[in-house]
Design a protein. Structure first.
Lengths: 220, 235
């Protein structure tokens, strides 16, 4: 048993390219996930009961089933209803739909941190509901949920490894391709593990920074 | 889009067998993970840095890398060390370690949630450390521990789906077997999703039941001690 450092050095540029794709797929995932999350949170505030019921079932489904299966369902269901999209887009859709459910729960929690008086004041000044959401509620909710949002980003970054099964050539898939050519699984997987660790650990540090910076906005 | 209902009749027995395996593997991993987590949590709370730092790194490594990559590393590490190992054993091992790392954080939080004076009092009365943990700290921290563990157990069940990639014969692997016979991926994976959904819902309901029991017990003890307190005053 010999550890081959040479293969790591030679393949590192390819792995870094894969890491770049991992980062971009999870960034897109968290961005569209936030949009989905806001939409779900708004729907939950509405008084239309079928909509409310749908959102509740949707969140329960996303939270109760593995992301692995959700990715495969999205990947196979979109072509079968006539939507032809790339593996990358399908991966982004799956990640967004998944994180959207979790983010909507965060927003719901964040909404409790807003004093009722602020909304009442907005109403008293004659602001319409959408304006109250845009100017008063959402900006405050986002400062409060920013730390959990970065945690969710780190989590998406880790779970994006599952996109390798539908053939998105991100870090994990790149590693599989390199291993198929070089037969050095341990060297490559350990390097991949280190790359993921660096990205997630850096995000963890960032989370703690943001947490400190946003404490002043929190209700005590 | 036409739904292929024949998959339901012929695929279901295979999927149910896979579900049984998923339950079995997860149950073993959760029990092993809990034992690992207790050790890790106690090490992390230790004053000795040769216990605390390795435990901290263990948790950081498992929490900051994808489960899939952990599974691949462990799966390929054994043959490299000259040990032949079954994919299932490797899968249960990595799931236990992964669960252990996550559980240890909530156990640590639960231990810290109990006021320090409690364990100091127990130690002052001559109670050994582990006994004080079990008799004094554990019962008081259950109210904190159970809700946190519920989410983590459900997380372990969901993450176990990725083990199919290293050919562990659980529910997701069973889906691939069904797909090999009839190519109806949407129906098959939706069915698999529903089975996972049912499993996680059952686990959540079970844990909620335990939580209610613990809460009821806590209320009973508090009211009892309150009665003692008032009884004491009236004398």
């Amino acid at each position: 048993m010999k550890f081959d450092f040479n293969v790591i050095v030679v393949q590192l540029p390819w792995l870094l390219k894969g890491a770049e794709l991992t980062l971009s797929v999870s960034l897109l995932g968290i961005f569209f996930g936030t949009l989905v999350g806001v939409a779900l949170a708004l729907a939950q505030q509405s008084a239309i009961s079928p909509l409310l019921y749908f959102v509740r079932v949707y969140i329960s489904f996303i939270r109760g089933t593995p992301l692995f299966i959700q990715i495969l369902i999205v990947f196979f269901i979109l072509p079968s209803i006539g939507i032809d999209i790339s593996r990358f887009t399908s991966g982004v859709v799956a990640l967004s739909l998944n994180s959207g459910a979790y983010i909507s729960e965060m927003i719901r929690g964040g909404l409790t941190s807003i004093r009722r008086g602020q909304i009442e004041a907005g109403r008293a000044l004659g602001m319409p509901r959408p304006l109250i959401w845009r100017r008063i509620i959402l900006p405050q909710v986002f400062t409060v949920i920013l730390p959990p949002l970065t945690v969710e980003f780190a989590s998406l970054l880790k779970y994006s490894a599952l996109l390798s099964v539908i053939g998105v050539v991100e870090l994990t898939r790149t590693a599989q391709q390199i291993i198929a050519a070089t037969f050095k699984p341990i060297e490559i997987w350990l390097t991949v593990g280190v790359l993921y660790f660096i990205m997630c650990f850096a995000l963890g540090v960032l989370t703690r920074r943001i947490e400190r910076a946003t404490t002043i906005y929190r209700l005590s | 889009m036409n739904l292929d209902f024949t998959v339901f009749t012929f695929g279901l027995p295979i999927l149910l067998k896979g579900l049984g395996n998923t339950i079995l593997f997860c149950a073993i991993s959760i029990v092993c993970g809990f034992v690992i987590a207790c050790l890790i949590a106690l090490c992390r709370l230790s004053r000795r840095s040769f216990l605390r730092l390795p435990a901290l790194w263990f948790v950081e490594v498992f929490r900051n890398t994808p489960f899939l990559v952990q599974a691949f590393i462990l799966f390929f590490a054994f043959p490299r060390l000259g040990v032949r190992i079954d994919a299932t054993v490797a899968g249960i091992m990595v799931l236990s370690l992964y669960a252990g790392a996550y559980f240890s954080e909530s156990i640590r939080g639960a231990i810290l949630s109990v006021p320090k004076g409690q364990i100091e009092a127990a130690r002052a009365l001559g109670m050994p450390y582990l006994r004080a943990m079990r008799c004094i700290v554990l019962p008081q921290s259950l109210g904190y521990l159970l809700p946190a563990t519920t989410n983590q157990i459900i997380g372990v069940i969901k993450d176990s789906a990725a083990l199919s990639v290293i050919t562990v014969p659980e529910l997701s692997m069973a889906a691939q077997v069904v797909l090999g016979e009839s190519f109806s991926p949407v129906e098959t994976y939706v069915m698999v999703a529903i089975l996972y959904w049912a499993l996680t819902a059952c686990v959540a309901a079970m844990m909620a039941y335990f939580e209610r029991r613990v809460a009821a017990a806590a209320v009973a003890t508090t009211s009892e001690s309150a009665r003692f307190a008032t009884a004491g005053k009236s004398h």
